[in-house]
Design a protein around this ligand. Structure first.
Ligand code: SAM
Ligand code: SF4
Length: 456
């Protein structure tokens, strides 16, 4: 069968970066004549783009592989590929552990996928887990699989140089590198021209984005020079594409977010006032063991600065409880910081030891599982109360909302998001996807705002 008739099926797990990578993989495969299918049973190639961040994420992937094993038993020619962080972490070992797997491909090796597929045709297993210091897939136009045509992810950098002691990402995604600013701006412009109205710029640590433009002639100095594009400069250039293109970004590291970024956010209405600023813990002792390189006080001063420059800015965080040696007192400090920060959204996890990380090598994972679970529940309780209060504060206010689609529960209603990333539901009337409307909020639950359009 010619390659052009082969169909691939791909599933993604984990962070937004992985979903964005899947769009790059789809582009590479479609360029070589493969077709995408959303039915694994009719595919010739099945890929799973994996996450290693916690043990549970890896277990989810193993469970999915069991389902693929069943499909492969009915389709002998089916090729199964494991992509992403778990591929990078386990390398060849994955082939031994999971006999059904034919290909293991790390996050920097997707360009070699067509060649690896060829290799497996001879019955061999294929592995490429080389990490790169340069690869950003800058020239590849991602294929927007399962897109709503409104929001798109745009990857601006890869890898991470921060060695948070709990985190496997620096090992699975390699060194930090920033993508060519021009290719990012072009991709955003094309998305806008195709009808997309919101881009989310992705990186593990977007505030350390820095792209050195190639030599330019500096007429004043009469010599060639380099120009460094910072994250604030990149944001500004994307904001200028069109006022109707909204911009979000994730993730910001508290040690790196600058006033310049906050001022650019304040200057442009189309940069959403929303910052994901993970703190991880409220205890200085634990922050130090985590190697986060900031203190509770530093973090609080950053939050104060954000609220000073952007008074209506939405704020979210990631929290880890039960990290090595965490005491009840440390845990109480995390709870008190959460109460102080009044997060609109929090992603909360209990610590999961990852082999090879600094914490796994240096510290004992000594908080018993039932204690971790109880502390996590206490965090969730604090957050539940806070997110409800955050929603209640919005009742009576009017927001500019980008419409994303028809509400799942009622086809006469639409849903969209405000600047602060909160979902708002309202009557459809003549409004449609991709439009901006002003919605006055009348009521809420802990997860959703309900309102009415007030601009006709
Ligand atoms: N780069 C981002 C940052 O520094 O905030 C996020 C990276 S990670 C994909 C997302 C979140 O997973 C982290 O912020 C952290 O809360 C959580 N996480 C990472 N490693 C973990 C571990 N070993 N156990 C539990 N949660 C973990
Ligand atoms: Fe992991 Fe820290 Fe890098 Fe985030 S900043 S990806 S938590 S090492």
């Amino acid at each position: 069968m010619p390659a052009s008739k082969k169909r691939f099926y791909i599933e993604s797990y984990g962070c937004a970066m992985n979903f964005s990578d899947t769009e790059v993989v789809a582009s590479i495969l479609m360029e070589k004549g493969f077709d995408a299918t959303d039915n694994a049973e009719e595919a010739d190639l099945v890929f799973i783009n994996t996450c290693s961040i916690r043990e549970k994420a890896e277990q989810t992937v193993r469970n999915r592989l069991n389902v693929f094993r069943h499909i492969k038993s009915k389709n002998n020619g089916l090729l199964v590929g494991v992509l992403g962080c778990m591929a990078e972490r386990l390398k060849e070992k994955l082939l031994q552990e999971e006999q059904l797997v034919d290909m293991v491909v790390g996050p920097d090796a997707y360009r070699s996928l067509p060649a690896l597929i060829e290799e497996t045709k001879t019955g061999q297993k294929a592995v490429n887990v080389l990490l790169s210091r340069e690869e950003t897939y800058a020239d590849i136009s991602p294929v927007r699989l399962n897109s709503n045509g409104v929001n798109a992810f745009v990857s601006i950098m890869r890898g991470c140089n921060n060695m948070c002691s709990f985190c496997v990402v620096p090992f699975t995604r390699g060194r930090e590198r920033s993508r060519d600013a021009n290719s990012i701006i072009n991709e955003c412009r094309q998305l806008f021209e195709q009808g997309f109205r919101e881009v989310t710029l992705l990186g593990q640590n977007v505030d350390s984005y820095q792209f050195i433009e190639s030599e330019q002639f500096n007429s004043e100095a009469g010599e060639a020079g380099h120009m460094a594009v910072s994250f604030a400069m990149l944001l500004e250039q994307i904001a200028q594409i069109d006022p109707l293109l909204r911009i979000r970004f994730s993730t910001s590291h508290p040690k790196d977010i600058t006033d310049d970024v906050l001022y650019v956010m304040a200057k442009y209405d189309n940069i959403c006032n929303y910052i994901h600023l993970p703190v991880q813990s409220g205890s200085n002792r634990i922050l130090q063991l985590m190697n986060r390189t900031y203190s509770r006080e530093w973090y609080m001063s950053k939050v104060n600065r954000i609220r000073e420059i952007l008074p209506d800015c939405g704020l979210s965080t990631d929290m880890i409880c039960g990290f090595c040696s965490e005491t009840e007192e440390d845990h109480q400090q995390s709870l008190s910081l959460m109460k102080w920060a009044r997060y609109d959204l929090a992603y909360m996890y209990f610590y999961s030891e990852r082999p090879g990380t600094l914490a796994a090598r240096r510290f004992k994972d000594d908080v018993p599982e039932e204690v971790k679970k109880r502390r996590l529940q206490e965090m969730i309780n604090v957050h539940r109360q806070q997110s409800l209060e955050s929603m209640q504060r919005d009742v009576g206010k009017t927001f500019r909302v980008l419409i994303e689609g028809i509400s799942k529960k009622n086809d006469q209603e639409l849903y969209g998001r405000n600047d602060q990333n909160k979902v708002i539901i309202f009557q459809k009337n003549n409004h449609k996807k991709s439009d901006y409307v002003y919605v006055k909020v009348n009521s809420c639950t802990a997860a959703t705002l309900f309102g009415e359009v007030v601009n006709g």
